[in-house]
Design a protein around this ligand. Sequence first.
Ligand code: SAH
Ligand code: SF4
Length: 368
Amino acid sequence: MKYEPEKKPIYGETLDSLEAHLVEIGEPKFRAKQVLDWLYKKRAHSWDAMSNLPKPLRERLEESFDINPAKRVLAKESADETEKLLLELVDRSLIETVVIRAPQIGVGQQNSRKTICISTQVGCAYGCKFCASGLAGWKRDLSVGEIVAQLIHVCHLEDATTQRAKEEIASFDNIVVMGMGEPMANYENLLPALRILNAPWGLNFGARRITVSTSGIVPKILQLAEEPEQFRLAISLHGATDEVRDQIMPINKRYPLDQLIPAIRRYDENKGRMITLEFILIEAINDTFEQAEALAEIALDLNAHVNLIPYNTVDGLEWKRPSLTRQDHFYERLKRKDVSVTIRREKGHDIAAACGQLKLQTEQDLKA
Ligand code: SAH
Ligand code: SF4
């Protein structure tokens, strides 16, 4: 099922495609750059705000393009300043975008930083056993414009509260593609969206500050490895042996570790950037001594960074978070082996920070 709304989100257009559209409707080409400037540099909220465009042109653009494809229906701020936004799309689908105001994801980020976590699909087809997004299955892929619109939405919110330096386009430091959905399963829309974020006429946001997280779709990891941009890669590993991974991530049956690890190595070789292995700690599943040892071996072999994430409980799922002591033991075991490792110390647990949880909760509340 291909999703085709009546009006396309304007944020899915590139300089080239917008120029082509304008020429087609008999308007001058140079207007495209003006429109993009309004959207990304001056951050207009409406067509009416684009004061150097003739009114008839604004009206024609409004007929073809949606300037507000993702509306906020809920914002939840946690005590530690993680803000979770629930956005409603034109077909009433709900997606999540999270603003994280602290160091936690990626490598070497010791200062307070702002990271935006975006979604790429409504739901997810991969059905990892611990994940709220996978619970209800996959509904549809997000379009290019819907992916970009999440960042613009955050920009609008931030513009209202933060002073932005003139030369800065975005007031945040990192983008992580770790929200709802499996980004690599929507590669077709993901890559053009990341290119719009990266483009000088777009958000002009550096590829090195964008991290794509995947559960391990090997052919797509290899494809991204061949792209010219230096996007960062994070792998949701969550199990250091096939036995454990098979138990919680169905994708591992399709792409087991002996295929996944060489693909990560190839990405590493092509990009020369340290890769992050995400590892959720789940009690009695993957928090054992043996898993720590096996994880250390993989991380050292790949020269990868390990990000440990204590499991966030999900209503309706049986898994538990290990005790603090157990989490510390696991962490220390990796440290002792000289693995580059961090442990996420609670961002947003109180607002259901893990992917898909806020959407799930809201839908359950609506049903109740
Ligand atoms: N599909 C991609 C990206 C979205 S999931 C992926 O799997 O990498 C984003 C991250 O949240 C993944 O690392 C995922 O494993 C993690 N996650 C999912 N459910 C979680 C939970 N209940 N507690 C903590 N992390 C969770
Ligand atoms: Fe999908 Fe990622 Fe959740 Fe697995 S962890 S179900 S791949 S969103």
